[in-house]
Write a protein that binds this ligand. Structure first.
Ligand code: CA
Length: 529
């Protein structure tokens, strides 16, 4: 990677085999600009966009990250702007004959002694926040739950100072859906597993309408809820089981709206009491379950922020923690890199299974992976999904991939995990919450104010210009990597240490400070009726 003073003309080449590089300077560079190597720009090239390092003939492969991101539709001379209209995107890599668990990296040395202050849960998981969640079975109850949550926050929460927040788990599922369709398992288990997220302390309360398709017992069957103390135990034959705490709005005993609100508040208070009695304790960093994703990507995502996250991912894995990377369409073009990094053939096959499922899902909608890139991605210099994917995969660092989750499944192992999700920011975040994420890392180049109510979201800017303009929304400026002010390792380590502070509640993220919360969005690949 070239490095120079921020003001001097600067391009960044990711691999010595690459025949294009991206312009690093804020505002781009004008025609006639001469780089230290002698290359002269033939036209204006915007920041983050590609410049041809050599003459490129029509049909020539264009390489970035030593990967063919497209073929030239017509010839251009060295110093020209190589934008998406000049590139023909390659076909998706076939899922046959992939390298299976071929890469055997030297084991990363363990990283010991790092801890954070967390809330230990009855099931052994650890929360980074202490939040009362109110699960809903159906969208119909959302208005009522919203109303109740506002009153709980203003009237009850001040009496329970150890509880951070109250969150209604609202969504658009629950009725008017083909609930017996095979794919309905995805939204149902997502919602179930979110209710059991470590940040909710094992306290589960449900608000149901009564007539909906997703009945509370279907959402949370016996045995799914942890026993938190003797008060939530029900006698079920010979074995004890946790009582499913449901407020059902259509119950006969509710007369008037306030009766419903009173019921919800009374139930909430029992849970708040228990949550309030909890205290943070010192936990090893291995209890972190970190979900990484990107959104509003630009050409710097894969140069600055995502490589820094990749370094932090390696540190987390070395500390014994769990890290999930996701976003099927943003890794699909690098599937060979992933199957080769799988820890064993079963993991590689699971990855292929998830990709094949998603290919079929997109094909059903007469779309393919190219539907991923946004106008903002292209404006930021990313010509197509191949180029975007190469920059996205870097978030996963260099550790072997030790497990694969299908959408909505709950994580039950440590290490680096591929959690298959759509790339859509809120759907990916929702599915990572279901997997048990207790901390979220989010990189952005174009900028997004993204946040989640249930977990802290640390946002990493790919460019210093964004970090400056959005100084009270971005938590980390990875743009310093492009200008040579910091190394990938510096920013990765800074991020790792910040994670321990944020997980401990010593530091709040900007999204927490402003209470910026995106909606939960369930992934429902099944039909709606
Ligand atoms: Ca995303």
């Amino acid at each position: 990677m070239s490095q120079a003073q921020p003001c001097a003309p600067l391009y960044i080449r990711m691999h010595e085999a690459d025949n294009v590089a991206i312009v690093a300077n804020d505002g781009g560079l004008p025609p006639g600009t001469v780089f230290p190597c002698g290359l002269t720009l033939r036209e204006h090239v915007p920041q983050g966009h590609k410049v041809a390092l050599v003459d490129l003939a029509a049909g020539a492969p264009v390489l970035r990250y030593k990967v063919v991101i497209g073929e030239m539709l017509h010839a251009v001379a060295a110093g020209s702007w190589v934008h998406e209209r000049l590139l023909k995107m390659p076909d998706a890599r076939s899922l046959d004959h992939l390298p299976i668990a071929t890469v055997k990296p030297d084991p990363l040395p363990p990283l010991e002694g790092y801890t954070f202050e967390g809330y230990r849960n009855p099931d052994g998981s650890v929360g980074t926040r202490n939040i009362l969640a109110i699960t809903t079975t159906v969208q119909c109850v959302s208005g009522v739950v919203d109303f109740a949550v506002q009153r709980i926050k203003s009237e009850l929460l001040p009496r329970y100072p150890n509880v951070d927040d109250v969150v209604g788990l609202e969504h658009t599922y629950g009725c008017g859906v083909a609930i017996d369709a095979p794919d309905a398992i995805v939204p149902i288990r997502t919602l179930r597993n979110i209710s059991l997220n470590p940040n909710f302390g094992g306290e589960v309360m449900v608000v149901s309408l009564g007539c909906e398709k997703l009945q509370p017992e279907r959402l949370l069957p016996p045995g799914t809820i942890p026993i938190v103390d003797e008060r939530n135990v029900a006698d079920v034959g010979n074995s004890a089981d946790a009582r499913l705490d449901v407020v059902c709005l259509q119950d006969d005993h509710h007369v008037g709206f306030m009766s419903m609100i009173d019921s919800i508040m009374k139930t909430a208070e029992e849970h708040l009491e228990r949550l309030n009695a909890r205290r943070r304790e010192t936990c090893p960093a291995s209890e972190l379950v970190v979900g990484v994703q990107c959104g509003g990507s630009d050409a710097f995502s894969g140069v600055t922020a995502n490589p820094a996250v990749g370094h932090a991912t390696d540190l987390l894995v070395r500390a014994g923690a769990s890290v999930m990377f996701s976003e099927v369409t943003e890794v699909r073009d690098g599937i060979d890199q992933l199957t080769s990094r799988a820890i064993n053939p079963e993991v590689a096959q699971a990855m292929i299974r998830e990709m094949a499922w998603y290919d079929a899902y997109l094909a059903r909608g007469q779309a393919d992976r190219s539907a991923n890139t946004t106008p903002g991605n292209k404006k930021g210099g990313l010509s197509n999904i191949v180029e975007k994917a190469m920059g996205s995969i870097i978030k996963s660092g260099s550790a072997p991939i030790s497990g694969v989750l299908s959408p909505g499944e709950k994580l039950a192992q440590r290490g680096l995990i591929y959690a298959a999700t759509p790339a859509s920011d809120f759907i990916c975040g929702t599915l990572q919450l279901a997997a048990g994420m207790n901390l979220h890392i989010f990189t952005t180049g174009r900028g997004t104010p993204y946040g989640l109510a249930a977990v802290p979201v640390i946002k990493v800017a790919t460019r210093s210009d964004l970090a400056r303009r959005w100084h009270d929304l971005m938590d980390v400026d990875a743009g310093r990597i492009a200008t040579g002010e910091a190394s990938i390792e510096d920013v990765g380590r800074e991020l790792f240490l910040m994670m321990l502070d944020v997980a401990s509640g010593r530091k709040k993220t900007w999204a927490e400070h402003w209470k910026l919360h995106n909606a939960l969005v369930l992934f429902n690949p099944a039909p709606v009726t």
